[in-house]
Design a protein around this ligand. Structure first.
Ligand SMILES: [Zn+2]
Length: 90
């Protein structure tokens, strides 16, 4: 296998891939690190997802997980309704 394959495998290994049911089946691809600032965020995703689906406010959960920068918060917010809720001015 050449270097391109190696890079592709490294890229895939640095993603968390999750499927969950939220009215419909959705596949989430969460990077291990924030693309912008490099903060490690992948391991926080499961807790975020569980708490939001459990009815907690997404903004509050992000705050409590220590995700203060929008660049990191954005990585979690793939649903339009959540993006509207967290980033109303973006
Ligand atoms: Zn970030």
């Amino acid at each position: 296998m050449g270097p391109l394959y190696h890079h592709l495998q490294t890229f895939i290994n640095n993603l968390f891939i999750r499927g969950f049911h939220n009215g419909r089946l959705t596949i989430m691809i969460i990077p291990v690190r924030c693309f912008t600032c490099g903060k490690v965020i992948g391991q926080l995703y499961d807790e975020f997802n569980l708490r939001v689906q459990g009815g907690e406010d997404a903004k509050k959960v992000l705050d409590e997980l220590g995700l203060e920068r929008y660049c990191c918060r954005r990585m979690f917010l793939t649903h339009v309704d959540l993006i509207d809720q967290i980033m109303p001015y973006s």
